[in-house]
Design a protein around this ligand. Structure first.
Ligand SMILES: [Zn+2]
Length: 252
């Protein structure tokens, strides 16, 4: 059984972009960990920073618990994620805490500055995670650099509107009800997403994206992923193999 860490900037990002795949992997008996670099404490116009952080971490932990996953937050500031020394150490500590063999990270190109910074931080933290002299906290250095994959950006596009092409997809038709239930744990975000993003129903928005991504792979509901293969990161298709029959490739 493998250990898989999904790490993104804010609570609810993973539920939008990768929870279907995580539910598939959890059902196969793999160990799932979910982490966010921030508590998303700016995501409310109703409650102050500390109360919003408390609410959103509880929502994330509840969502993770639905698939038996542990949740951890690095408590970097919302709208304040930068690629700096302290944040790289915090991201590396998360990967070591998770004992991750596979890491699912934010897309390098996305709409939100925290998402793009989180992507770089986690990419580089995967490299740092197996360097014993790079000290980050209580967790031990890993034996090896984990397999690294990027999730889709929100809406599947970069800032210029270009479509991000995934290497492969995951058929989430059977796990979609769980994905929806996980996102529904983020009760505080229904109102916030309507205010900040003009999206009246964040569950419907997630479903529309899952259907859109599914079409790229000839399935009703899907999620896309890309594997990061640069030296010295592992290049073997570990996640693809674990997905089994849920792995889908784009129709050529
Ligand atoms: Zn986010």
């Amino acid at each position: 059984m493998a250990t898989i860490l999904a790490v993104h900037a804010h609570p609810d990002d993973i539920e939008h972009l990768a929870a279907g795949a995580l539910a598939v992997l959890a059902a196969k008996g793999h160990a799932i960990r979910i982490a966010t670099l921030t508590a998303g404490e700016c995501g409310s116009a109703e409650t102050d920073l500390s109360e919003t952080a408390r609410i959103r971490k509880a929502e994330a932990a509840r969502a993770a618990g639905l698939i038996g996953a542990d949740y951890c937050c690095a408590d970097l500031p919302d709208l304040g994620v930068f690629n700096d020394d302290a944040s790289r150490k915090a991201a590396t500590e998360l990967i070591r805490w998770a004992k991750a063999e596979i890491v699912l990270a934010a897309s390098p190109a996305d709409y939100h500055p925290d998402h793009e910074a989180a992507s770089q931080l986690v990419r580089d933290a995967c490299f740092a995670s197996s360097v014993p002299n790079y000290r980050t906290g209580p967790s031990a250095a890993l034996e090896a650099i984990p397999h690294l994959y990027f999730m889709d950006p929100i809406g599947g596009r970069d800032r210029e509107g270009g479509r991000i092409v995934a290497d492969f997809g995951v058929d989430i038709a059977e796990s979609f009800a769980m994905k929806r239930q996980m996102l529904a744990c983020h009760v505080s975000q229904a109102e916030w997403v309507a205010r900040q993003h003009g999206i009246s129903d964040h569950l419907a928005s997630m479903e529309a994206w899952s259907r859109r991504r599914g079409r790229d792979f000839g399935v009703s509901l899907g999620e896309g992923f890309r594997q990061y293969r640069h030296e010295p990161y592992p290049k073997t298709p570990l996640l693809q193999d674990l997905l089994g029959e849920a792995l889908v490739m784009a129709a050529s």
